[in-house]
Structures are given as C-alpha cells and as structure tokens.
Design a protein around this ligand. Sequence first.
Ligand SMILES: [Zn+2]
Ligand SMILES: [Zn+2]
Length: 286
Amino acid sequence: MKAEQPNRQLIEALREQIRQKTIELAEAPAGVGLVPLRIACAMTSCQHGRHCLDHIRRPRGSDSATDRGYCRDCRQHVVDLPDQGGRRYGDVSEQIETCLDQQNELIRAHYWRVPIDLWALNRARRLGMQELRQRTAVRIQTALVTPGPFTGRTASYSGDAIAYAQHATATCCRRCAAYWHGFPVSADQVPTTPQVHHAITLAVAYLTLRLPDVPELGESGVPQIKSELRPSAREDAEADDLVFETLTNHGDPAGLLMPERTTLQLADTRSRILIARKMPMDQRGA
Ligand SMILES: [Zn+2]
Ligand SMILES: [Zn+2]
C-alpha cells in the first residue's frame, strides 16, 4: 500500500484545530523539554482531560470493564469511538475528528505534542519525507496486518519519528488500532484495506505536521550524534533537580510529566534534553 502526499491546506487546518483543542483541554501546557519521551500506555491525568480509553485491556482489581470511548480510570464518557460498522474510513472529516479526539488520551496527547528527539529528527532529515512516507506504510502494514501473537508492539518510544507517529495516531499495535480505529481485536483477523489506508493516512499526516522542515528528499551531511555528547553524572543530577522542582511546583498542569517512579524513563529523557543543549547551534537542525 502506498502512502500519498498529504494535502498541505488540510494539514494547516489540522494544525490549527489541534492547537485550539490543546488550549481547550489544558490552559497551561507543560514546558517544552520537560515532557519525557517515554510514557506508559495506561497512564491518565483525568483532571487535566487526559484519559485512557483502552477498554480492551483487562480491568484492574475489582473494576468492571469499560465501554468504547469511556475512560478506564475515571469511568467518564470521553469521546465517541464507533466500532468498524460505524466508521467512514477514507473520509477526511473523520480523520481530522480522530486526530482531535486523540488529544483526550494521555498517551496520544503526549506523542502529538512531545518534542521529537534529535536522533529521530536527524534520521528523518537523512531519509526525507518521501522515504519516510513509504517506510510508514510498510511499518504500519507490519504492525497492524501481519498476523501473529505479537502483531505490532514493536514501535520504539523514541529515536524514530515513525514510531512517534504510530503512538500518537494509535497505529502502533493491533490493540490501540482496535479501540481507536475499529480494527479487529483478534490478531488472526485481517483488517480491511480501507482500515489500513486510514491508519497510514493518519500517521503520514502526523509526520507532515510535526516535521515541517524535513525536505522531500533526504539531506546529506546531517550530523550523527556521538557518544561524547552524552551528559555527565553531574549534568544528570542537575536535570533531575529541574524535573522534580517542576513537578513539586505543579508545573505540569497538562499532566504530561512522568511520575518519579520511572527513573529510567526520566534518564532517557534528560539525556536527550542535555544532548540538545550541548550540540552546537548549527548542528541542531530544525
Ligand atoms: Zn479519565
Ligand atoms: Zn499500541
């Protein structure tokens, strides 16, 4: 399946609508650079309008199962998520609506807004948009169509722009695609062509939105990030202080910062922030 070039006007309209949606959901979003790149799927921050709509995941403890479009934490109805029968795959307004609805789920909202790390950005620049679109189509086929017990669940959480697109648009694995896009839950069942096309279109729209400066054809001379750019232990500790200070000052009204239990994930984030700071300006790219 081929990924077509998205309509620029449509992408601009989508960009503005997502901006408005973000303002509506969280009056003061977390500062850029303080948002971690790794996040757990079932995390929620319901009071800030960031829920978890995965009704397929087994309920916790004494909780009963939730229905499509309901948050599994606060149990509120969040968005309408029709099953396969109620969908208009290929309809542009449905695609835009889905992107907007995704701002209500913590994991999606996070990937829709998190700064794309330097590894991912540089790799995208080396490939160019044309190649990225083709690879997105292939990646989504592999994640959502190829049958097997581990269908999907291979998208990394950083270092790769296509993986960002997959997590944001719920095209990362069969389960996310099942509750967001009405894909069959069972990995043995093959999704339809319009369904797969819908998934690819959303992921490509994401890449077009988030990587406006990546040229159509790959760039040469994009710097490789070397190990000496990695932060020292002292810089690590300073970054920790900064993140925790932000948390204790309630500096994250959007609820997108990682709780402290995830030391490893914070470490992953801050090394990227610090590398971005250490890299000479002319090598940072966009
Ligand atoms: Zn909730
Ligand atoms: Zn997933």
